[in-house]
Design a protein around this ligand. Structure first.
Ligand SMILES: [Zn+2]
Length: 247
């Protein structure tokens, strides 16, 4: 096989690897989002309960502040009662005392109700929490492994791109142009290996004359059916993978 053809084969392998990694890298964020969505669905009831719990804590705090405020006003009205000058003022202050007393009572009832709700929600949250924590742990492990995969893929991608640049510098310009043009129209596969007398890219049988020319490996021969540059090699392991990546 000519060194140029070997270089083209290596270039195609690099390009297919780069393509595979690029596609994988594009899928990782989608997978991450999917995993988070699944967790949110799983934990929906728990999260809703937690939100309600936090809201109720806020409500109780507000009620307590209102209660303190009303109690203060009530005391002030009580003092006012001692200082009234006439019947009219007396009636008015009594009305204020009565109203604030009623409000205190209703605020106390509301606060108590919230406290009971909080207690109940706390015990429910406590029951549900272990399952949620276990699931969250699993989710975090999966996400961490996706992050590692992403970093590893990025590192590998840089390595492959460097290797590709070195290889392209060595290739004759015209040969690279042919490869590049073909690669763009053939979804990254400009070359095709012949296995069992068949072009692995388009599955067409290669004529015996073409096959023997390709086996000699001293000239650039294209498949009469799909137009890809044909090559043949003796070790078929790697080629099986290439044929598969063409599926
Ligand atoms: Zn073909």
């Amino acid at each position: 096989m000519s060194p140029e053809l070997s270089q083209l084969i290596e270039l195609q392998e690099l390009d297919l690897d780069i393509l595979r990694i690029t596609e994988r890298l594009a899928k990782i964020p989608v997978e991450r989002e999917q995993i988070e969505n699944e967790f949110n669905q799983f934990a929906a009831e728990f999260l809703a309960l937690k939100n309600r719990y936090e809201q109720t804590l806020k409500d109780r705090k507000q009620l307590e502040a209102d209660l303190a405020d009303t109690q203060q006003k009530h005391e002030k009205f009580q003092q006012d009662k001692m200082r009234v000058n006439n019947e009219k003022e007396y009636t008015a202050v009594l009305r204020e005392i009565d109203a604030s007393k009623k409000l205190i009572s209703s605020l106390e009832t509301e606060t108590l109700k919230r406290m009971e709700e909080i207690e109940q929600m706390e015990s429910e949250l406590k029951v549900q929490a272990p399952a949620i924590e276990t699931k969250r742990g699993e989710v975090d492990t999966t996400l961490a492994s996706l992050d590692r995969e992403r970093e590893e893929s990025l590192r590998l991608s840089v390595e492959l791109e460097n290797r590709r640049r070195q290889l392209c510098e060595k290739l004759p310009r015209s040969l690279f142009s042919i490869y590049d043009r073909m690669s763009r129209t053939k979804r990254g596969q400009a070359l095709s290996e012949i296995i069992d007398g068949v072009c692995t890219a388009c599955r067409m049988k290669v004529r015996p004359k073409v096959f023997s020319d390709v086996r000699r490996g001293d000239q650039m021969i294209t498949c009469e059916s799909c137009g890809r540059i044909l090559f043949y090699r003796n070790e078929p392991q790697q080629s099986a993978e290439m044929a598969m990546s063409n599926e």
